[in-house]
Design a protein. Structure first.
Length: 428
């Protein structure tokens, strides 16, 4: 170390001391600090599954790749190069993003402990993850699955999975004490997960995950068909042990394959429930509470999906609104032509019985006019190939009639003025 370098570091330390920033009494290497962080910060305060995921990332990747660097010498270029190398080695974008999240969380703690002046992981750039295009089940596919699973011992669990969009661990962790038949409520409080090689029962994922759901008749029926065990899990093996999550998944996939049902993952059934609720017009806030999401954006952007039928219906409403708006403008100019029915010759008769033109167009576009075609003989008498082309013809017809009417008004006005002048001359 040169004299100039020593002088630079001394000046830096004096400047920090003047600002009241303490100097670390130990120059930590990143590997040693990550071990301390996992043991003293993560394990006592976070879920076991989170600690297991963080420990795996530290042990397999962060310590071997970055652990020899001291905290004070860890820089943005060093971390950026490490992350880029992981991507080049074939690691998925999401896996590398998780490594950055782990390192960022650890360095945030180091910054709070005043061991580093900034969190370099925050400045590392990674490309955005492209989410898989999930195609959840339709109503028909969900019904087909439940019918196929009726004879399976896990059928009640599958019913709750589809009805409420529960997480796999929440279904496995449901206790009889959380099932209130009298109050008709199902309380979601805990989950079962495999952590550290053993099945663990613990609280649900987030505070938002603690939720009360109304007990639907279908759910009540399948739950009452089981034999309750006081204080125990609602769903267990024959020996009373928690059901292995992987066995639950295997049963789900076996039913799909055996009955030719389009295969999705167990977690994507949760997407199916969210999308079905959306398609039924349930407000997004209610869907968020049912699924137990902490942020409504998660519900709308990740779990709810659209389809061509939904897009077609939405755009059809726009089309209908525009058509109705157009003909309402016409009605304001020529109310006699639009309010009254039109006969087979295309003539309009004031006071005739029947629906208004706009009402009939609306009913036809929405499908309500399928039983009343004989009433609208003139509308359906054309050889037009589509409703849209027929509407264009009708619009043209009324434009011509409107021009004729305006010309008639002008002619009448001119004639009245001429007559008034003739009368005045006679009086004079």
């Amino acid at each position: 170390m040169t004299r100039a370098t020593v002088h630079e570091k001394l000046t830096e330390l004096k400047a920090k001391d003047a600002r009241g920033i303490p100097t670390a009494d130990k120059n930590w290497r990143l590997g040693a600090y990550l071990d301390y962080w996992l043991t003293e910060v993560v394990k006592p305060n976070l879920r076991l599954s989170t600690h297991e995921r963080y420990e795996s990332g530290v042990r397999l990747y962060l310590k071997p790749g970055l652990g020899a660097n001291t905290l004070t010498h860890l820089s943005v270029p060093i971390v950026q190069t490490f992350m880029n190398d992981r991507l080049a080695a074939g690691m998925s974008v999401r896996s590398v993003q998780i490594l950055r999240e782990i390192l960022r969380s650890a360095l945030t703690r180091a910054h709070e402990e005043e061991l580093v002046s900034r969190n370099v992981a925050r400045f590392v750039k990674l490309k955005q993850r492209e989410r898989d295009d999930i195609q959840p089940w339709t109503v028909e596919e969900a019904k087909q699955f439940l019918e196929a699973a009726r004879a399976d011992p896990l059928y009640p669990m599958f019913v709750l999975l589809v009805l409420y969009g529960l997480r796999r661990g929440e279904v496995l962790g449901l206790r009889w004490q959380d099932v209130d038949f009298e109050g008709s409520v199902i309380r979601i409080r805990q989950q079962v997960q495999r952590v550290g090689g053993a099945l663990q029962q613990g609280p649900v994922k987030t505070k938002a995950g603690r939720r009360d759901l109304p007990m639907l008749d279908f759910a009540c029926e399948v739950l009452k068909a089981r034999e309750p065990r006081a204080g125990g899990l609602a769903f267990t093996t024959r020996t009373g042990q928690p059901i292995e999550p992987r066995n639950f998944v295997r049963s789900f996939q076996r039913i799909c394959e055996r009955h030719g049902i389009r295969r999705i993952t167990v977690h994507q059934v949760r997407h199916t429930a969210a999308t079905l609720l959306k398609d039924l017009g349930v407000p997004a806030r209610d869907v968020q509470l049912i699924l137990g999401h902490s942020d409504i954006a998660i519900t709308q952007q990740i779990y709810q999906h659209d389809n061509m039928a939904g897009r077609r219906e939405a755009l059809g409403r726009v089309e209908a609104a525009l058509l109705v708006s157009t003909h309402k403008d016409t009605q304001a100019l020529q109310p006699g032509y639009l309010v009254n029915a039109v006969d087979s010759s295309g003539s309009c008769h004031n006071g005739c019985q029947g629906h208004g033109f706009v009402d009939r167009i609306t009913s036809i576009l929405s499908g309500r006019g399928s039983r009343t075609r004989t009433y609208d003989t003139w509308f359906w008498s054309s050889n037009s190939s589509s409703v849209t082309s027929r509407i264009t013809e009708v619009d043209t017809f009324f434009r011509v009639r409107r021009r004729q009417a305006l010309l008639g008004v002008v002619a009448v006005g001119v004639a009245v003025n001429v007559n008034e002048q003739d009368d005045a001359e006679l009086v004079a």
